[in-house]
Write a new protein. Structure first.
Length: 288
């Protein structure tokens, strides 16, 4: 599947009527698993990227080149449309342009640009936001950098939990006015707040971390939420599995006694072993 077709598939999701749960992906194996399990879209979150690439928490230490290269690896491994958390665009509006160029070339189906002040300001313990004017300039720069018109650009704000719902709406309206394809909100706590946001805007909504009170996919769909992100459990599960396996080996367990390992059939499927063998026969004369 070409990159444009992946992007068109994401656009079809955003223009649909249902709310979907994306597969949280972070490397070649996870994107293949999500695709094979039937997820319609993947989400490459900033926290998952930081863990997969650096082993660090999500405090804006990962670089654009590292993020783009990881996305490139995932694009090669599968055809799942993936939306990338591009944080603040790695700098000012000019840096945002470069971010879009790199992620578009790496095969991202869509990307989000947020109005959080990153990295965190000296002496500040609480999350801060940039001004609406600077945020608008960033999303304008993102749209200007786009070369494939099917690439999805999403304006993101965390104002709902940092300042107010009114501020979140004002920011969303500003990003909507300059032409973003969708709006991403984090920190929305109640159904009433989501209904207020949906009534004040017109674009498809991506929702980060819906609360238990909002975990009703029919309700979310009616509020134009098309993608609801429920954290990044797969990388936490993988970390626990690696920890448990290495701990067991360190304590003397034999390979045959290890629990929870992928079967050889699953490993062959995920690594596309049959296809690789076929290519060996076709191009190297290797016997199957």
């Amino acid at each position: 599947m070409t990159f444009s077709k992946r992007r068109e598939a994401l656009r079809a999701i955003l223009s649909g009527s249902q709310c979907l749960r994306p597969g949280s992906v972070y490397d070649a194996i996870s994107v293949r698993i999500a695709e094979d399990l039937g997820f319609e879209v993947g989400m490459f979150g900033g926290s998952a990227a930081s863990l997969a690439v650096l082993g660090d928490p999500d405090i804006a230490l990962i670089t654009l080149s590292e993020l783009a290269e990881q996305m490139r690896r995932m694009s090669r491994a599968g055809a799942l449309p993936v939306m990338v958390d591009a944080d603040h665009g790695y700098g000012n509006a000019m840096n945002v342009r470069r971010t879009v160029e790199e992620l578009e070339a790496a095969g991202a189906a869509g990307l989000t640009i947020e109005d959080t002040l990153l990295p965190q300001a000296y002496g500040e313990a609480k999350t801060q936001l940039i001004s609406i004017e600077e945020g608008t300039g960033k999303v304008k720069a993102a749209l200007d950098a786009r070369r494939d018109p099917s690439l999805v650009i999403v304006g993101r704000t965390g104002a709902a939990s940092v300042t107010s719902i009114d501020d979140a709406i004002a920011r969303a309206k500003a990003y909507q006015a300059v032409g973003v394809d969708a709006l991403f909100f984090t920190g929305v706590k109640t159904r009433a707040d989501l209904e207020t946001i949906a009534a004040a805007t017109t674009l498809p909504i991506v929702l980060g971390g819906p609360t238990e009170a909002m975990a009703d996919w029919e309700f979310l769909g009616k509020q134009r939420v098309r993608i609801a992100i429920q954290g990044h459990a797969p990388i936490a599960a993988a970390t626990q599995a690696v920890f448990d396996t290495l701990k067991a080996i360190r304590e003397g367990a034999q390979p045959k006694d290890l629990k929870g390992l992928a079967s050889s059939d699953l490993m062959d499927w995920i690594t596309r072993a049959a296809l690789v063998k076929q290519r060996g026969a076709d191009f190297l004369g290797a016997k199957r």
